[in-house]
Design a protein around this ligand. Sequence first.
Ligand SMILES: [Zn+2]
Length: 346
Amino acid sequence: MTEASNSQAPADPEFYRSLPKAELHLHIEGSLTAERMLALAERNGVTLPYAAVEDVEAAYQFDDLQSFLDLYYQGMSVLQTESDFYCLTMDYLEVCRREGIVHCEIGFDPQGHTERGIPFATVVSGITRAQDDAHAQWGQSSALIMNILRHLPVTDAFDAVEQARPYAARISAIGLDSSEVGFPPEPFAPVFSAARELGWHCVAHAGEEGPPAYVWGAIVDLAVDRIDHGIRSDEDDALMDLLIKRQMPLTVCPLSNVRLRAVPTMAKHNLMKMLQAGANVCVNSDDPTYFGGFLCDNFAAVARDLPMTINDAAQLARNSIRSSFLTDSQQQPILSNIDRWLEAQR
Ligand SMILES: [Zn+2]
């Protein structure tokens, strides 16, 4: 290890652009920019309570997960046509290109659209067409995660899986998101079994606002490959031991956690403590336009308030690649590029 790699990483988003990394926890609806929201509202004749970009951004002062979700579902209302979903996804894939996100695993919430009358096919066609174009244009690697809204009944989740069946080959995983507290993972076990039969991976939000018991439930009952968030796991020593032993990926979202008050301040965030303890954590942006930054902004925010060395930043990037759905042979050249990036920081 070089001396430079042991120094504190810079609190400058630009620094992280050249670091090859994956983003594994990103809700495509949460990447809708204020500009795009207003443009689509006008195009589709949707009335929003905002006149300008500043009005939208002023609304992004949340008290907790629920107050965010209320605004999030309102933002979704502007997404109506296949072209809307294409533009939304392409906007984010352009961010990947700019920010050195060499691979992304994009989550989408089909129930947030089908329940307002938008056909499942419209949503998936727009998203996958953007994925295909970004791959053709600059080789962007991406995968798709179909998230289930846990505040809706389990029968609705089964409906979503049924609707996804014709597109099963384009979807890599099932996930579980939305309001956590009061909605434990266990009832969704049969839905996850059905998804596994389609050949999908399984991931779930757990331990964001909910207790460690929800992380246990996601691991034991849903048999997930990955936990989204998982930051409350460190309240349970036996759980932390298991996560470290299994190297279970935790897709941590620092800016989101601060903005939704899951942690009081960035300085109090446990990301680096978990990394030092040997947990397989990585950095993600969750709903970047709502929470104040894309992936490089998250790295910079961590560097600003927490002890993160350049070597740590490289380790977080390695974890993101190793925790992705990419095959070993796809991961290897990226991991080598991370080593080269670290060497270049001497
Ligand atoms: Zn999330």
